[in-house]
Design a protein around this ligand. Structure first.
Ligand code: NAD
Ligand code: ZN
Length: 251
């Protein structure tokens, strides 16, 4: 096989690291069939996101949020980890990667075999729902059956609060525990690898910036240019599965 200098450099950079962090966005899951937001044809070229304040204020906004979520259910349910997720899991298994900080809500890092306590979810998780007030957990299947009867947005059986997927919407407070953990992991890292994020959503995009300012090597793997290419040590405009898979040596 021909030697690919970019892959060789990525492999060497990973080899030299003592404690790496992988930071992922929607781009690592497109090869699993889940569309991202900002690629051409991504979700936001078709519909604007619903702000958290609108979800709280309007039954119609809640109904529309749930309509969109259930329309995506088959996609999320059928998605399986791809070669990129598997390569990241292999680096965790080898002890090279201490934690995965993700903007994704699809649970595919956990499904790839990474322990829950090594996955830091900045934007929550869409595979289950909870009450915004008392945090009672709700399974989506039961909510869907009820919703499809009359399209009433679900209300908590315990306290009457609004039920929402366990994700962070625009305008909603970031999860404090996950933010503190992500910051501590970022500060402890000597290599920070971004895979599949446009790096335009803050505060999430602040972590690669922090890593770089703290002296870590910053690597960005993304098909298109990102907001932080200018400060990165290595930018690979390539697809994630093939790139990470080859650098890590897994199929
Ligand atoms: P984004 O849509 O802003 O950016 C994704 C980037 O990945 C794009 O720049 C695109 O060029 C690149 N990309 C797509 N497929 C790729 C591939 N196979 N190889 C290499 N690069 C690829 O995504 P973001 O930065 O994560 O921000 C969007 C927000 O939306 C996130 O905060 C996340 O919470 C949410 N989101 C999550 C999912 C998911 O969980 N899978 C999907 C869509 C959106
Ligand atoms: Zn409740």
């Amino acid at each position: 096989m021909a030697v690919d200098p970019e892959i060789t450099e990525l492999a060497r950079t990973i080899e030299q690291a003592r404690r790496a962090i992988v930071f992922t966005g929607a781009g690592i899951s497109t090869e699993s069939g889940i569309p991202d937001f900002r690629s051409p044809g991504g979700i936001w070229t078709r519909m604007a996101p619903i702000d958290f304040s609108d979800f709280l204020a309007s039954e119609e906004a809640r109904r529309e949020t749930w309509r969109r979520r259930f329309a995506m259910e088959d996609t999320f349910r059928e998605a399986r980890p791809n070669r990129g997720h598997r390569a990241v899991a292999e680096l965790v298994r080898r002890g090279k990667v201490a934690a995965v900080i993700t903007q994704n809500i699809d649970g595919l890092h956990q499904a790839s075999g990474i322990a829950d306590d090594r996955v830091v979810e900045l934007h929550g998780n869409t595979t289950y729902a909870h009450c915004l007030d008392c945090k009672t957990h709700y399974d989506l299947d039961a909510l869907r059956i009820a919703f499809e009867r009359d399209e009433t947005a679900p209300i908590c059986d315990e306290c009457g609060g609004y039920v929402k997927t366990a994700t962070i919407s625009f305008g909603q407070a970031m999860p404090g525990g996950a933010m503190r953990r992500a910051e501590a992991e970022t500060r402890a890292a000597d290599l920070f690898i971004v895979a599949g994020s446009s790096l335009v959503v803050y505060p999430a995009a602040g972590f690669p910036e922090l890593a770089k300012h703290n002296g870590a090597t910053l690597v960005i793997i993304n098909r298109e240019p990102t907001g932080l290419d200018a400060i990165a040590d290595l930018v690979l405009n390539r697809s994630i599965g093939a790139t990470l898979g080859a650098a890590v040596g897994i199929d």
